[in-house]
Design a protein around this ligand. Structure first.
Ligand code: PLP
Length: 360
């Protein structure tokens, strides 16, 4: 077996222990004689899987009792519509535009009501976060929306915006469970799991109970009403059983590692290895303003397209894969989620140093 160091932005690397555990249980889950892929979502066995997963997530994030945890489908992108449909009582919300995902969420909300751009960092290709201490939030806004970690551009809100009393809704797809959160600061905190938590096809949304209501926009599909999902324990229809199961294993793994404070510490250590190298390199440059840097997604460039392509090709041959940057930034991007070992980042930096010396 030869595993590579996979720097993909998502779907992304998962803990080896989790994959091996799943492999062990593939044909016979806990003596029931079948795989999780084959069992009814209404069975006692699956009920125990989803309940345990929810409880472990509650423990990890210290989720207050007045928040529901929903296991949903349609990816984070479906939430771009579900959120305004469920929350836009006044048909108006504020969006902070820090990248493509926030922009897409805002564009989707504009189908259902007024989606006001409160601030944007589009002027410098989203390479920084705008000042969010005094946003033009008005009383009639139903919520304020951010994308907490910007997967493509590599920025992360280290300080949450001042929402002037409005509910904060945050997409945490690419920093899910990478750091502790004070859940009470959010109305909704949600993310697609395929980066830091599990296999694609599941989005987990943690929603304060008073935001789960009957009076949603009139044409909201039954499946997109938070109330439908909450009333049915995320089992209104057949959920993504497999992804819920693997996420459950990842939650156990995170607990065994020491929880989210420990993950944050490790993520800081890992990211430092790469950022320290970038800060002294003459060939490779980080693209993000230092104070807004993400611990999860690290974009970097050289000053030549040719060199970028050569680097990516040679890195791949060394088992350092999926390093190509997003087309709007160019260059490279290393996604270093929870399951990326420090040794992977060290090997990357070692290779970058070697490449720099050989090509200067
Ligand atoms: N939000 C963020 C921050 C993302 O990085 C992504 C996907 O890469 C999405 C939303 C879209 O997720 P999905 O493909 O699950 O709809």
């Amino acid at each position: 077996m030869s595993r590579v160091y996979n720097f993909s932005a998502g779907p992304a690397v998962l803990p080896e222990e989790v994959l091996l555990e799943a492999q062990k249980e593939m044909l016979d889950y806990h003596g029931c004689g079948m795989s999780v892929n084959e069992m009814s979502h209404r069975s006692k066995t699956f009920d125990s899987i989803i309940q345990t997963a929810e409880q472990d997530l509650r423990d990890l994030y210290n989720i207050p009792d007045n928040y529901k945890v929903l296991f949903l489908q349609g990816g984070a992108s479906q939430q771009f519509a579900a959120i305004p449909m469920n929350l836009m009582k006044n048909k108006k919300a504020g969006y902070v535009i820090t990248g493509q995902w926030a922009k897409k969420a805002c564009q989707e909300a504009a189908i259902y009501g007024e989606a006001v751009q409160l601030a944007s960092s589009a002027d410098k290709t989203f390479s920084y976060l705008p000042d969010c201490s005094d946003l033009p939030i008005t009383d009639d806004m139903d919520y304020v929306y951010i994308c907490k970690n910007n997967t493509i551009y590599g920025t992360h809100f280290n300080t949450l915006p001042n929402t002037k009393g409005k509910d904060l809704v945050a997409d945490v797809s690419s920093c899910f469970l990478s750091e502790p959160e004070d859940i009470s600061k959010y109305g909704i905190i949600y993310g697609g799991v395929q980066k830091n938590v599990g296999p694609a096809g599941l989005v987990i949304s943690i929603i304060r109970e008073d935001l789960i209501r009957d009076d949603v926009l009139p044409y909201t599909p039954t499946m997109l009403k938070f109330k439908t999902q909450a009333d049915n324990g995320s089992l209104y229809n057949t959920p993504n059983c497999w992804s819920i199961y693997i996420c459950g294993l990842v939650f156990k793994w995170l607990k065994a590692q020491g929880g989210l404070a420990e993950m944050q510490k490790r993520n800081e250590e890992k990211a430092k290895v790469l950022y320290d190298y970038l800060d002294q390199s003459k060939m490779f440059k980080g693209t993000v303003r230092v104070e807004d840097r993400s611990l999860m997604n690290v974009p970097f460039v050289t000053d030549s397209e040719e060199l970028n392509a050569k680097f990516i090709k040679e890195a791949t041959a060394e088992g350092l894969v999926s390093l190509k940057g997003h087309r709007t930034v160019g260059g490279m991007r290393a996604s270093i989620y929870n399951a990326m070992p420090k040794a992977g980042v060290e090997k990357l930096v070692q290779f970058m140093d070697q490449f720099e010396k050989a090509n200067s």
